[in-house]
Design a protein around this ligand. Structure first.
Ligand code: HEC
Ligand code: HEC
Ligand code: HEC
Ligand code: HEC
Ligand code: HEC
Ligand code: HEC
Ligand code: HEC
Ligand code: HEC
Length: 418
């Protein structure tokens, strides 16, 4: 596929993705059991069955033992020939991965046709890239990519670059704008560049920040959560996968979760029995306590779909100082309630959210709105050192307010820092 085709396809995918998010949000996902069946091409019941046999693994082992892996594996066989020794850890991880079992190898993900900005001639005959963009995965994982391209994660860097001056957060982030937020790139992603030989530029890669901008202009990277070459679901489902970014002074999710009843139960009872099973997990007898990925992504039970865009279950943007409601918020809230109701009684869930909503409204009106106005007024007049002092206070205020809001929905009401 040549360069311009790629751009065209990415554009098309973005269009399709934003359209389908808007459209499907009209129908709560709770009722989407039938579309789950058509989307996945398998019935929910089938997806929930653990794979009984390991025949696929045996086939791979046998094929790898063949005298001529190249004949049986094509280009992937050539790669294996060298890489079994050159990068033994990567090879080992890959051999055990669902990809090897399905016959998907190095060349399938790393081939990069000549003409691509990051295409390098390798081992004298192949054109490869070390950088693997979501575009590559899209060839085989359509459902995930459809969700992912319009997600906050994929836009993690662009949303900072695009932030308007009238956003109350602008005065704080403006300080980091000069180098396009490179200093924030570990989590938000950087703009990945290539050197004169088309190899990744050392100043910008390796990077697995959420919304990194790739040399082919695609956004994001699946490896922010699918680290390494195991592509293990069990690994992706662990809270630690998310805590790599969702933790720290300005990012209270980690603290809130770790001190929640959910985390306690998960750490003490649940951790040992999370499975690497595709499709649904923790269903029926396995259900213990939710992790980040369980509430925000997993499609466990009762008609929920696995999601690669967290926005499907978020009725408002709690990260923004004004905590605005998002389109069709009632449906989006219902999606999240459907998650809670897998384990809790409906009235328990209703009480929890109605109290959280009530507290949120009061907190925003009494604390956030007046202080926000005051800070913004001050910031519009002061300069120099004085401005720096106020900016620092303002930034702390924003972080604290975000912590308060998130604690209402993911923590324990009445457990605030002081
Ligand atoms: C003749 C041996 C050989 C073959 C065949 C081979 N490689 Fe490599 N490859 C190497 C060596 C040696 C390195 C480490 C040196 C380097 O990083 O350039 C490497 C590095 C790489 C890297 C990392 C490059 C970087 O810039 O970090 C990737 C990705 C890669 N190979 C993929 C592949 C793929 C895909 C194939 C099959 C299409 C393949 N290789 C075939 C020997 C080989
Ligand atoms: C399912 C897709 C997939 C397959 C199959 C795959 N890789 Fe990768 N590989 C990736 C992704 C994703 C990255 C991260 C790249 C990035 O950050 O853009 C990566 C990164 C790498 C790197 C650079 C990172 C490092 O630790 O050096 C090397 C080398 C590499 N792969 C080699 C291989 C080899 C060898 C094989 C076959 C045994 C292979 N890959 C199979 C997706 C794949
Ligand atoms: C050439 C096709 C192909 C490409 C390219 C590809 N995959 Fe896969 N992937 C598969 C197949 C086939 C499976 C096995 C699915 C199954 O058994 O249901 C799989 C399995 C997976 C799984 C595990 C799912 C499970 O059910 O255990 C993850 C996660 C995954 N892929 C992520 C990725 C990511 C991320 C990329 C890009 C870096 C990628 N894949 C690229 C074909 C591909
Ligand atoms: C440790 C990883 C990490 C680093 C480093 C990081 N961010 Fe974030 N950022 C996140 C996560 C995760 C979110 C979404 C969750 C949240 O807001 O709590 C986020 C959200 C944001 C938001 C929207 C929510 C808010 O708090 O206003 C802004 C603005 C932001 N980041 C700016 C920055 C800037 C500017 C930098 C660099 C100075 C930076 N971030 C560095 C992880 C990080
Ligand atoms: C925010 C972290 C995150 C990112 C980014 C991410 N994934 Fe996932 N992925 C997960 C988690 C968690 C699961 C397991 C969901 C569950 O509980 O079943 C998963 C599951 C999967 C599966 C198995 C089927 C399914 O939908 O559950 C595939 C395939 C997959 N991811 C591919 C991708 C691809 C392709 C990308 C990039 C376009 C990507 N993922 C980006 C976290 C992520
Ligand atoms: C590589 C860093 C990184 C990892 C890993 C990561 N996130 Fe994020 N996440 C971010 C950033 C950055 C944002 C803010 C994006 C933006 O600008 O809106 C974000 C935003 C979010 C949001 C807010 C809604 C949205 O769509 O913006 C949720 C919910 C979320 N992440 C959940 C998760 C979960 C669950 C996991 C683990 C399965 C995870 N994240 C892993 C960096 C990360
Ligand atoms: C028990 C389910 C549950 C668990 C576990 C959970 N969350 Fe949440 N999360 C929620 C709910 C509910 C909201 C607020 C939704 C609303 O506004 O109704 C939320 C909000 C968020 C937000 C703010 C998104 C926005 O744009 O407003 C982020 C970011 C987030 N969660 C990340 C995480 C991370 C990271 C973890 C793990 C450390 C995690 N969550 C664990 C249920 C959960
Ligand atoms: C996978 C099962 C599971 C899911 C999903 C789940 N919870 Fe829980 N939750 C538990 C368990 C187990 C406990 C601890 C025992 C108890 O208090 O019932 C708990 C406890 C709680 C508590 C009591 C905390 C305390 O401090 O006393 C609240 C509130 C709560 N959950 C709210 C929610 C909300 C809201 C959701 C959805 C956003 C949710 N839960 C999703 C299993 C779950």
């Amino acid at each position: 596929m040549n360069g311009s085709w790629r751009f065209f396809c990415v554009g098309l995918m973005l269009l399709v993705a934003s359209f389908s998010l808007a459209e499907a949000a009209e129908t709560p996902v709770v009722t989407a059991q039938s579309s789950a069946e058509s989307v996945e091409g398998k019935s929910l019941a089938d997806r929930d069955k653990p794979a009984k046999d390991n025949s696929r693994q045996e086939t791979v082992d046998q094929r790898l033992k063949l005298k001529d892996p190249i004949k049986s594996f094509g280009d992937n066989g050539f790669c294996n020939n060298c890489h079994e020794d050159e990068t033994p850890a990567i090879f080992e991880e890959w051999v055990k991965s669902p990809h090897a079992k399905a016959g998907v190898g190095c060349a399938d993900c790393h081939t990069s046709p000549p003409g691509n900005p990051d295409s390098v001639k390798h081992a004298g005959r192949f054109h490869i890239s070390a950088i693997v963009t979501p575009f590559v995965c899209a060839k085989c994982h359509e459902d995930q990519i459809r969700d992912y391209v319009s997600s906050g994660h994929a836009k993690g860097l662009q949303s900072l670059l695009d932030m308007k001056e009238d956003d109350p957060r602008y005065p704080v982030i403006a300080q980091y704008k000069d180098d396009d937020f490179a200093r924030c790139g570990g989590c938000h992603g950087v703009t990945v560049g290539v050197d004169a030989e088309n190899k990744p530029d050392a100043a910008t890669w390796p990077n697995s920040g959420a919304g990194r901008i790739n040399p082919n202009k695609s956004h994001g990277t699946c490896s922010s959560c699918h680290l390494g070459h195991s592509f293990s679901l069990q690994a992706a489902r662990q809270p630690e996968t998310c805590l790599r970014c969702h933790d720290g002074d300005n990012y209270p999710e980690g603290d809130i979760y770790r001190h929640s009843a959910h985390s306690t139960v998960y750490e003490t009872i649940g951790k040992g029995i999370v499975q690497d099973r595709p499709g649904l997990f923790l269903r029926g007898k396995d259900i213990v306590a939710p992790t980040c990925a369980y509430c925000h992504m997993n499609g466990a039970g009762k008609g929920l779909l696995n999601r690669h865009n967290q926005a499907w279950r978020l009725p408002r943007d709690l990260t923004s100082p004004n905590a605005p409601l998002l389109g069709r918020s009632e449906n989006l809230r219902n999606n999240m309630k459907a998650v809670c109701n897998q384990c809790h009684g409906e009235s328990f869930t209703e009480r929890f959210f109605s109290d959280a909503d009530k507290q949120l409204t009061a907190y925003q009106e009494k604390n956030v709105e007046p202080q926000l106005a005051e800070f913004l007024k001050k910031l519009s007049t002061v300069t120099g050192d004085e401005r720096q002092v106020i900016l620092k206070e303002y930034s702390q205020f924003l972080a604290e307010a975000k912590r308060y809001r998130m604690n209402l929905y993911m923590g324990r009401h009445g457990r605030m820092q002081r």
